[in-house]
Write a protein that binds this ligand. Structure first.
Ligand code: SF4
Length: 337
């Protein structure tokens, strides 16, 4: 689905969470204003479309109601003319009491993304989230009861967490039957409380390889649960890419590809262990299959000798073909131990 994002940087946030600096995550310094929305949409919207305007980067529903409505009113003409299908907002779980959810429903909001980050009490407390995990459960139930689509955001690798906590939080998130997930491994941004904690030696972020492995396993579990993961890792921005805003942690501009490639590597290894050395994939999967900078090919070739991966448009997306037939990679990408 086409999404037209606006960033309401830290709007409504009751406090600053330990890890957060929205202005550097979004790469947009100033918060969007209701008066900006119409002119920006005029430039990008098709004559007819089912996309969503999204308000990201803050706690949308914790702004004053009049401010929320001003944004909705700016979008309304485009919903009424059929150029947009709905509105999407992201917010905190404690910003979704029944009256707030009702306000969203009455003004054309179709999708609500809840920043959960973790369900572990020690993580929520250390990161100064200011609510208990039960608040997520209740907020998610209200969003679903209102007939809105539900997205959940998780952040593995925060202080007090780690791989085990990440999988436990994922299980709690999946139990809420979200329509989709976003997964952002925790990165230490300069100027945050997390940076101070890290410099004092009180926190060790996940290594990049560790984060890729954890997120690959999470992606595989989500696939099994039938829940799409629409984003893995922070969206690349100039400040993130040149390293000027990152102190430490598993940031990579192609993090999502690293994760998908990890699952391809598992699947290809299983096929290769069965003696297969000539494997075909759909052209659109080719770069994920061979891996970032051909890493998968190099790893498998050093382990097994000759292995060739070729493109074939007849192979369905997400599958590989070898002499034994065609196999979905998610069926092959489980751990062997
Ligand atoms: S994580 Fe969410 S609630 Fe916390 S400061 Fe950032 S935008 Fe605000």
């Amino acid at each position: 689905m086409q999404v037209y994002p606006f960033f309401v940087t830290h709007a409504g946030c009751p406090q600053r969470c330990l890890f957060c600096r929205q202005e550097v995550i979004s790469g947009v310094g100033d918060s969007a204003q209701p008066g900006d929305v119409g002119a920006a949409l005029e430039k990008v919207l098709p004559e007819r479309g089912d996309g969503e305007v999204a308000f990201y980067g803050g706690s949308f529903t914790l702004q004053p109601a009049a401010r929320q409505i001003a944004f909705f009113e700016a979008v309304r003409p485009y919903l009424e003319s059929g150029r947009l299908g709905g509105i999407r907002i992201s917010t905190r779980p404690d910003g979704l009491d029944p009256s707030q959810v009702d306000l969203l429903r009455r003004h054309g909001v179709r999708t609500v993304e809840i920043g959960c980050q973790s369900f572990a009490p020690e993580v929520l407390e250390t990161c100064r989230r200011g609510y208990q995990a039960e608040a997520v459960v209740q907020a998610a139930a209200r969003v679903r009861a209102a007939g809105l689509r539900l997205g959940l955001q998780l952040m593995p690798g925060l202080p007090g967490g780690g791989p085990r906590e990440a999988f436990e939080s994922l299980a709690r998130a999946l139990a809420l039957k979200p329509d989709f997930l976003r997964i952002y491994p925790a990165v230490v941004l300069k100027g945050t409380g997390l940076e101070r904690l890290w410099r004092q030696g009180g926190f060790r972020p996940l290594e990049l390889e560790e984060a890729v492995e954890v997120c690959a396993e999470m992606l595989w579990i989500c696939h099994g649960a039938g829940v799409p993961v629409i984003r893995m890792g922070l969206q690349a921005t100039t400040g993130l890419n040149d390293g000027s805003v990152i102190a430490a942690g598993p940031y990579h501009p192609a993090f999502g590809q690293l994760v998908r490639s990890q699952l391809w590597q598992r699947a290809l290894r299983r096929a290769t262990l069965q003696g297969e050395c000539e494997i075909s994939v759909h052209p659109a999967d080719f770069s994920d299959a061979i891996g970032h900078r051909r890493k998968n090919l190099q790893v498998l070739q050093s382990e097994f000798g000759f292995i060739e991966i070729t493109r074939d448009e007849r192979i369905p997306r997400g599958a590989l073909a070898c002499s034994r037939g065609r196999f979905p990679i998610m069926d092959l990408a489980f751990y062997e131990d």
